[in-house]
Structures are given as C-alpha cells and as structure tokens.
Ligand binder design. Structure first.
Ligand code: KE4
Length: 431
C-alpha cells in the first residue's frame, strides 16, 4: 500500500501561514520535485518517521550531519550528560577546547580553528579573513558550488539556489557580487586564465573539494593541480569548503583523499553531530589575524555552545575510533551498480556521480563534470522518481542537485530494499 500524505498536507498549509513557504530552509521546500514536504515526527538509526507514523529509509540525514545515524547512543548520552548543567554560558568552556583539539588532530592542515553556528557563518568568516589577511578584494568561486547564503557567494550557487533556478538572489548588491569571479568547476584552464588576468587582486579561491550542491561531482586532478599551483604562485589563499565533505569522505575530509593542504578549511554539518556547529580554521599564522589576536572581526553569541560541542565531540570521537568510510563507500558502490542496472533494464537514462560514500543519481545521458552538464539533467524525471521512492518508504533528497547521504546505520537490507523500490519506480516511470 503506497504511502499517503494528507496529514503532512494539512500541517504544511498551517506552517505556510506563519513561515515563508512553510519551511525554514528552501532546500526542504520540494520546489523542484513538486508536491508538498513530508513532515517528520522522529528519527532513529537510518530511518525517519513522518507525522503519520510512516517509516522511511533516510538518504538525506539532515543534509549530511547524521553520518552515525539518528539518535546514536554516544551522541544522546553526551547530550544527557550536559543538558542539566545549563544550555549556554557566553563564556569559554573546556568542551570548546576539546572539540578544537579534536578538529586540529583529525584535519592536520587546521592548526587553529574558530567555532561558529553554521556552514554559512564559517564560509562568510573565512572569506572575510582571507580578504583581511591578503588586503585583496576579489574571490574566485565555481558555478554550481554552494557555500551557504553569504551575499558575495550567493552568485551562481548550487543547492536550493540552483534547484529553484535563482542562482543570483535578489538582495545581493552589484557591489557585493562584482568582486566574485565565477568559473566553471573542474576547468584548470579557467583557473589559469583568471589568475593571469587578476592574480594580484585575488584574496582567495573557495571551492568544494568534492562538489555536492550540483549533485555529486568529483574534482579532476588537473583542476586540483591548477588550484594549488595558481594560489601558491599568486599568494592567494586556498579555501576548502568541507562543510559537506568534512568527516564525510574520510576522517581528514576530502583534503586527505586528494592530498590537499588548503590555507583555510570550512566545516559544518557532521562537526556538530546534528546540532548547530560550523567552524573555520587553518594555518595559525592566518588564523591569528582574527579578533581578538588580530583585527579581522568575527563573533557569535552561541558559538561553541555546550550542547552543540558535546554532540560534535561525541560524533567526531566515534568517527575517529570506529571509521565507517569503507562501509559507506561499499554501500555507495552497491547502490550505484544496482541503480544503473535497474535504470538500464527499464530504459531510463541515468548516470551516477560518486566520490567514495557520496553519490547522486543523475537523470540524463551526460556524465556530470560541472554545472553546465548538471543543468542538462531531466529534473522532471527526477521529481517522478523521488515521489515513487517516497511512496515506497525511501526518503531521497528533494532535488536532483543534492547528494544521497548514507550513514553507519544503513543495513544491507535497507540497501536491498532501496534497490527493489528503485526497480519498481523505474518500471512505473516508463508507463
Ligand atoms: P549551512 O549554513 O546550511 O550550515 O551550510 C552552508 C553550506 C556551506 N558549504 C557547503 C559545501 C554546503 O553544502 C552547505 C549547505 N548544504 C546544503 C545542502 N546541500 C544545506 C541544506 C539547506 O540549505 O537546508
């Protein structure tokens, strides 16, 4: 019996009376898959339960944080331990030092780190620091990369911006956007040309070391080589935005997999274990330009919050002592092979973008290397597939331009059930 969603519809129309679009983030709005969001009541392990009690295998995982699965005992116990000690002090705590030490240990390029409350705050602060440190104004970002809703980076962004077809958001002033140089992802030539033209003006390059906001797009080696060479040659900072890839693809993030040593790294999602934590860090010589040591301003009432740092520390400790990366990569391989096999059998044109545990099923014939390729995807087909999977109890990202997030809690039976549902969905799509 396919799932039904009348209670979600009812509660969603109530939400729309008091929340713009009924959501607190447009990525949840189901804009590109059609229909209305499914409201969730609770989660456990690899599963979500909607407000009608219907169970789903979850491939969103809160858009990345839930790599251990929902309600992991280590995380819930860590929260129970601190919740009766108060929720926020606005003063330094040992837990913040412990989380910072854990981060610097797991990501060696990070010698010093500042905790903030979201990935957006992390990238916004890293950019300000890069401009303050270099006394330069221009930054390079890549079309289809999303770095949060920072004005100067909300230009040709990915994720919800791409999904909703509003790559350049109203409210972002020309003055802000004019210092942002937009290049195609994976183009070493474009990087070289930009630096030969603007080299002395460029404060930093910010990029997703595995793109996850136009769907999953791994970097090419020539692209990475050009980034390393040109930033070094022109003394611009290299900023790895690892908000999504940090602790997702390896304990040391994508920079460990691709042998990168960025000047700055931004983190989010997993680093908070599902509570609001972002972080930016890197070479001590650069980080010491941040107030109160240096002059670059950045602040935050709840930065390093006791509950958030407890959840983050518990999560990172689990990942360090019991790294799930081989399991997650094998699961992603199994899904990739099974999805492509079933799509081919039903004559549905699909490709898969994959980087270790991260994958995206693209509806179209073109392998996706950049935004131009991604934009050719048949998002209508994806929308049909999304709903056919949801009706069968598989909760996928509500956009073609997002990553499927696996967790340590996904079992072989969950993966097999996912492929069974996909086979039925593909067969129905051809009717
Ligand atoms: P937040 O401000 O949403 O914590 O992080 C922004 C961000 C920065 N950098 C990268 C590489 C990111 O992927 C993100 C946020 N990712 C999206 C999902 N693709 C968040 C989902 C949402 O906006 O609700």
């Amino acid at each position: 019996m396919p799932y039904h969603f009348e209670k979600s519809k009812e509660e969603f129309s109530r939400a729309q009376q008091v929340i713009p679009g009924g959501v607190n983030s447009p990525a949840r709005a189901f804009g590109s898959v059609g229909g209305e969001p499914i409201l969730i009541d609770r989660a456990e392990g690899a599963y979500l339960f909607d407000i009608q009690g219907q169970k789903y295998i979850d491939y969103v995982g809160s858009w990345g944080p839930m790599i251990l699965g929902h309600c992991h005992p280590a995380v819930t116990e860590a929260l129970h331990k601190v919740i009766d000690k108060g929720t926020s002090y606005g003063a330094p705590t040992i837990a913040e030092t412990e989380l910072a030490e854990k981060i610097t240990h797991m990501v060696p390029s990070i010698e010093k780190v500042r905790l903030v409350n979201s990935g957006t705050e992390a990238t916004m602060s890293a950019l300000r620091l890069a401009r303050g440190y270099t006394a330069r104004e221009k930054v390079i970002k890549f079309i289809g990369n999303y770095h949060g809703h920072v004005d100067s980076l909300l230009v040709a962004a990915g994720s919800a911006a791409a999904t909703l077809g509003v790559p350049d958001s109203p409210g972002v002033t020309q003055g802000t956007a004019q210092d942002t140089i937009l290049l195609p992802y994976n183009s070493s030539e474009a990087v070289e040309q930009a630096f030969s033209k603007h080299g002395s003006e460029i404060a930093a390059v910010i990029f997703e070391p595995v793109a996850g906001n136009m769907g999953c797009v791994p970097p090419t080696q020539p692209f990475l080589n050009a980034l390393k060479k040109e930033t070094y040659k022109h003394e611009a900072l290299l900023i790895c935005d690892e908000v999504m890839t940090g602790f997702r693809v390896a304990t040391g993030g994508a920079q460990q997999i691709y042998n990168l040593t960025p000047d700055l790294t931004t983190l989010g999602k997993i680093v908070g274990g599902g509570l609001p934590v972002g972080a930016y860090g890197g070479r001590a010589e650069v980080m010491d330009h941040v107030l109160p040591v240096g002059k670059v301003f950045q602040a935050g009432t709840l930065s390093g919050n006791p509950l958030a740092t407890a959840a983050g520390l518990a999560t990172l400790s689990q990942l360090e002592t019991n790294p799930p990366y081989q399991q997650l990569e094998e699961a992603a391989n199994y899904l990739r092979e099974g999805l492509l096999e079933r799509a081919k059998k039903e004559g549905v044109e699909c490709t898969v973008g994959q980087a270790g545990p991260m994958l995206t099923l693209f509806f179209g014939a073109t392998p996706v290397q950049n935004w131009e390729d991604a934009a050719k995807c048949n998002t209508r087909e994806y929308g049909k597939f999304f709903w056919k999977m949801a009706e069968r109890g598989v909760y996928l990202p509500c956009s073609q331009y997002e990553v499927w997030f696996l967790s340590q809690a996904h079992t072989d039976d969950d993966l097999a059930a996912t492929l069974e549902a996909a086979g039925e969905a593909f067969a129905q799509m051809k009717k």
